[in-house]
Design a protein around this ligand. Structure first.
Ligand SMILES: [Zn+2]
Length: 131
């Protein structure tokens, strides 16, 4: 039973009642949805994590076979994902919203540092950056 209240069960059989009413049922469904989401978020990534030292053709990772082109593909995808994460955050519920906002902000700024846009490159020459 999901409900803390004592429930009157149907006398003549049938499915046992689990909730005292509609709002009670909705509350429990929402709780379960939240815990499903947290379980998925704390679980393994959807792609298996592949160690860089493992010799695997880039095509096996769904990437162009040319390593430089593969970098371009991954960086562009990641930039797009940063945007998607920000959009999701603006629609997500409570405690997911700020996580999405912060994560997209931080990943975005790390990406911008190492893979600046053309406009940013023309704007400033990296002070104290890698040669
Ligand atoms: Zn109830």
């Amino acid at each position: 039973m999901e409900c803390d209240e004592p429930l009157r069960q149907p006398i003549h059989g049938g499915r046992p009642r689990r909730f005292c009413g509609d709002s009670c049922r909705k509350k429990h469904e929402a709780r379960r949805r939240r815990s499903d989401v947290m379980e998925a978020l704390t679980g393994p990534p959807s792609w298996p994590v592949i160690l860089p030292e493992v010799e695997l053709p880039l095509e096996a990772l769904n990437l162009p076979s040319d390593p430089d082109e593969a970098v371009v593909a991954v960086v562009r995808d990641t930039k797009a994902d940063v945007g998607r994460l920000a959009v999701c955050g603006s629609r997500a519920r409570g405690r997911l919203a700020w996580r999405c906002a912060k994560a997209s902000e931080e990943i975005g700024s790390v990406l911008a540092r190492y893979f600046p846009t053309r406009a940013a490159l023309q704007d400033t020459s990296e002070p104290g950056g890698q040669p």
